[in-house]
Design a protein. Structure first.
Lengths: 322, 463
């Protein structure tokens, strides 16, 4: 009797804590402490002049206001423009491909092969990819050579020296790298739609376009929003491609300078104060975006039934009014 | 019970493993971390460099070299010492960044990981020889005096002499510049490739541009891009880049801007956006239409030779004086404070910069203008000294006067940043993307980012 009681009181909960302890320790050492350090640095004037340290001197919010009044909005705009230029074709192409690949009526051969091929650019390191484009589109590079030989252009196009050219190249690379990934995510979403809905629609004489716009799109809306927000967060961190393509200059006229490239400039100058406050801005923006994703994922209305009910109610009210 | 002990042990191991990764890294001393005493007898000699140039010259000429490792990253000396080469590229300040990090850890690093020697360029030598940061050992501490290097060009010593009267580096080269031109184009346009006649055709800027018009009319480009003429203007400034915390742009720099704009628009240069890039290399290659380059002696071996080796243009070159004298670069060997290989560092520095045989070999085999004034003057007169690339021409005759007149009084510790940013920013202007005012504004922004201490002082432009 006694021993039985003892066994009952054994708690296994502590093992749980012990086993997750390593994670929390690593997280604290590699994430929380640096994060706190960054925030602390952001309130100081702290940089190196040559090999001599200047500061840290407490300056309050001076770094923050200086960033806002100076260049931060411009670089945020650059980042946004290059992201949207890449994201629009990415989502459009991915939607088209995903609906083709999942369409039961279209019998596409070698689906697996294509899925692998479109995903491949994502496997290349972004900086290597940018190096490749840098060589391809340089003033004396193969693209110019081919165009010149074919007589399409009279003299070499200086792609990287115009705002449009440089931004388009960055967007093109981002598009190429990510459309495969998006396609596969969207395919998963589309395949999750109940096929009987499509069958019913077809029986009713629904066209391809109607099927796509009336069934597929509304059904995968949560995933589309998820893709949008994650891509936005990824876009916010855009760095390696424009950095390599423009040699860190954000040329021409700093129009391809992204937020993280700007951050990197401060880090290269060992200006920890400014870099800290810029990081805090980025942290806040990313935090807001993450909160949006989190809210979506913990949606109380996962299948849209509540929304549909609401709309029906509203429609009924409206109908009643007439 | 057994299982319990086992799991505790495992958990403890995991945690230990995690923690051990973080130990020992807490160096990071703001003043450069040079509190340690320099020592002797270390088995590993770490040398920081930005390319393989010095490494190759060392491996070929230093008498104590025994063999190289397969990847050439380690040179084994006869006494068993390993020379480790740590290479980081110069561009965008990468080399300085890595060097700074390593120097900051110098105090806490184990003996074999300490930097023993590093190389600096004229553009940022002042940053490292500053007695306040104290990362460079004065030569007197190594036991070297000026009397040990009597033949070196005076400017190479003056450039690294600090306010306290100590010399903190030695150089193996002198870097006066010259005009390197293509014989075939000179033949086609000027009717001769004789250095005297071509020299007369470019003896000052007016004549240079008269010749340039002829080149243009014949379908050639006079020079490659604005970066080529940059040094000719930037070496002829009247004051250093930085005065207190203000960046001062010299009139000479604005002359460069104006002239480069005109040359770019008129097609006198090939509008290549920089140096050390693919297009620049192609312009030196066999099928290029570019007539001349502004280069010091080292440029023959480092820049031109690799692009023409084994082609028709391999000997299609000759040199004559530049319309305006200039120098470019210059590498100094510096003993790092905290080295544990004092006597070896001393020996390498002395041998590589003042041993007559080695300097002679550098001149003969590498087309280097070595840092030995009497030797260079002797070679300049020697009919046997000529290099293949130049069709046997003796370029030292062109350079030896210029070398004696180099002065580095107008350099500042900020030269690399100012040079890079100035060229980058005005590149957009030359391409017609922005106007002059915007370019000036961008230059101020770029400098403020790169050197926060100069932000408050702003940029002063000439009237």
């Amino acid at each position: 009797m006694k021993s039985e009681k003892k066994i009952k009181s054994v708690s296994y909960a502590k093992w749980g804590y012990i086993f997750i302890l390593p994670f929390f320790l690593t997280y604290a050492i590699f994430s929380v402490i640096p994060l706190a350090d960054t925030i602390r640095n952001s309130f100081y004037e702290f940089y190196y002049s040559g090999l001599k340290a200047i500061g840290p001197n407490w300056v309050g919010l001076a770094n923050y206001t200086e960033l806002l009044s100076a260049d931060l909005p411009k670089y945020a705009w650059n980042t946004f423009v290059m992201w949207i230029l890449g994201f629009i074709p990415q989502i459009v192409i991915a939607l088209i491909l995903a609906s083709w690949f999942t369409d039961a009526r279209l019998k596409i051969h070698g689906k697996q092969f294509f899925k692998v091929v479109i995903y491949l650019p994502n496997l290349i390191m972004a900086s290597a990819f940018a190096m490749l484009f840098f060589a391809l589109f340089s003033n004396a590079g193969p693209v110019n050579n081919i165009l010149l030989r074919m007589g399409v252009i009279g003299e070499a196009v200086r792609f990287m020296e115009s705002t449009l050219g440089a931004r388009t190249l960055v967007a093109l690379m981002n598009f190429l790298m990510w459309f495969g990934n998006t396609t596969i995510m969207l395919m998963a979403a589309i395949m999750g739609i109940n096929p009987s809905i499509f069958e019913a629609a077809e029986l009713d004489g629904c066209t391809h376009f109607q099927k796509f716009f009336r069934i597929t799109l509304p059904q995968i809306k949560p995933l589309l929003t998820y893709t949008l927000v994650t891509s936005l967060i990824g876009g916010l961190q855009m760095f390696d491609v424009p950095q390599i393509l423009t040699g860190g200059q954000g040329s021409p006229d700093r129009t391809t300078m992204t937020l993280i490239m700007y951050l990197n400039n401060h880090l290269q100058a060992k200006n920890y104060g400014m870099a800290g406050s810029l990081s805090v801005y980025l942290f806040i923006i990313s935090g807001i975006l993450c909160a949006i994703v989190f809210r979506m994922n913990t949606d109380s209305d996962p299948d849209g039934s509540k929304f549909a009910a609401k709309r029906a109610k509203a429609a009924a009210k409206k109908g009643g009014g007439v | 019970m057994k299982r319990r002990i086992m799991s505790i042990a495992l958990a403890a191991l995991t945690i230990l493993g995690l923690l051990s990764g973080c130990g020992g890294g807490g160096g990071g001393n703001a003043s450069g971390g040079a509190e340690t005493e320099a020592g002797d007898g270390g088995k590993v000699l770490n040398i920081y460099v930005w390319n393989q140039e010095f490494q190759g010259k060392f491996n070929d000429n230093y008498p104590e070299v025994e063999k190289l490792s397969n990847d050439k990253s380690i040179t084994y000396l006869k006494d068993g010492t390993e020379v480790h080469w740590i290479v980081n590229p110069n561009q965008d300040g990468v080399y300085q960044q890595k060097l700074d990090e390593a120097l900051a850890k110098q105090g806490s690093a184990p003996a074999d990981e300490k930097i023993d020697m590093f190389l600096v360029e004229a553009d940022y030598a002042l940053k490292y020889i500053d007695p306040d940061v104290n990362v460079a050992l004065p030569l007197s501490q190594l036991g070297i005096t000026a009397a040990d290097v009597p033949n070196q060009y005076k400017y190479t010593l003056e450039a690294v002499t600090t306010a306290d009267g100590e010399i903190r580096g030695l150089s193996y080269q002198a870097t006066p510049g010259m005009l390197v031109y293509r014989r075939s184009i000179a033949q086609a346009v000027l009717g001769t490739d004789d250095p005297e006649t071509v020299g007369a055709a470019v003896s000052d800027w007016d004549k240079f541009y008269e010749t340039a018009e002829q080149m243009k009319a014949a379908g050639y480009y006079m020079y490659s891009g604005r970066a080529d003429t940059y040094r000719v203007y930037s070496n002829n400034v009247s004051a250093p880049w930085v005065d207190g915390s203000t960046v001062v742009v010299d009139q000479s720099m604005m002359n460069w801007v104006e002239r480069s704009m005109q040359d770019t628009q008129e097609g006198i240069n090939h509008n290549v956006p920089g140096q050390w890039i693919d297009e620049w290399n192609k312009d030196m290659g066999p099928s290029s239409k570019v007539f001349c380059f502004f280069l010091p002696a080292w440029g023959l071996d480092v820049c031109i030779k690799p692009n023409v080796e084994g082609t028709d243009a391999a000997q299609d070159w000759a040199v004559c004086p530049s319309p305006q004298s200039f120098y470019w670069g210059g590498t100094w060997l510096i003993a790092a404070n905290g080295t544990d290989n004092m006597s070896q560092v001393k020996d390498i520095m002395l041998k590589m910069t003042s041993d007559r045989d080695i300097l002679n070999s550098l001149a003969v085999n590498n087309g280097e203008m070595s840092n030995d004034q009497p030797l260079m003057e002797e070679l300049a007169q020697s009919p046997e000294f000529g290099i293949e690339l130049l069709g046997g021409q003796n370029y030292l005759g062109v350079l030896s006067d210029a070398a004696a007149s180099i002065s580095l009084v107008n350099v500042s510790p900020y030269d690399q940043g100012c040079t890079e940013e100035f060229q980058n920013v005005f590149g957009d202007y030359f391409n017609g993307k922005i106007d002059l005012e915007k370019a000036k504004e961008n230059f101020a922004t770029a400098i403020g980012e790169r050197y926060p201490e100069l932000k408050s002082g702003g940029v002063r432009w000439p009237e």
